[in-house]
Design a binder for this molecule. Structure first.
Ligand code: GRF
Length: 189
């Protein structure tokens, strides 16, 4: 069984999807650690409930990104983490972690990349009036949602869609797709 860390900043519904899949036996790995950069984020409660250790930090307590990533790296090494899943982690990963986990960090993004990278991808898609959007799972590099694409799933945007209605359908896709795709990748590590 591989040891996985999930990085998240917010509500953590994707984190929860991994926990649920794990409990049902549909995702076979040790969910060893949550890394969270937002003290007070709801995902921390989810981790407590699932009895998963978390490392919570405030980037403002560090002078540099290298500084807090060194600390994260120590936590990852102590827990013998082999693979990192970003699930709504709202920060770019820096060289410290990229070097230590080369090719072993994935992210999920709520658009069909390379369209609409960065913040508020769903709002960007609505603004552009696209008729099809979706979800992308990709490897993480130093850029903003730029790493090699692993998997995508599309969804139709309807005329009466709002950010919330698209978000709900995106989440539904993500919660199924993400654990399944990560399971395949870690099997080949
Ligand atoms: C997801 O929609 C994901 O695509 C994006 O951030 C969102 C996180 O949602 N990167 P949640 O915190 O997992 O509910």
């Amino acid at each position: 069984m591989k040891n996985i860390a999930i990085f998240a900043s917010g509500s953590g519904s994707n984190f929860q999807a991994f926990v649920d899949a794990n409990e049902k036996g549909n995702f076979k790995a040790n969910l060893s650690l949550l890394v969270c950069d937002k003290p007070g984020a709801y995902v921390i409660e989810r981790a407590e409930r699932a009895k998963i250790n978390s490392y919570v930090f405030n980037p403002q307590d560090f002078a540099t990104k290298a500084g807090y990533e060194e600390k994260i790296l120590q936590q990852l090494q102590a827990a013998e983490i082999q693979f990192i899943v970003l699930a709504g982690y709202m920060r770019l990963i820096g060289p410290t972690l990229l070097k230590a986990y080369e090719g072993k960090i994935v992210n999920i993004h709520p658009s069909l990349l390379p369209a609409f990278p960065g913040k508020d991808a769903i709002g960007q898609a609505l603004e552009a009036n696209v008729k099809v959007s979706g979800v992308t799972i990709h490897y993480v590099d130093e850029g903003m949602d730029t790493g090699p694409i692993i998997e995508q799933e599309s969804l139709r945007v309807r005329d009466d869609d709002t950010k919330e209605s698209i978000q709900a359908r995106i989440h539904k896709i993500e919660h199924k797709l993400y654990p399944a795709v990560v399971q395949k990748i870690i099997a080949e590590l």
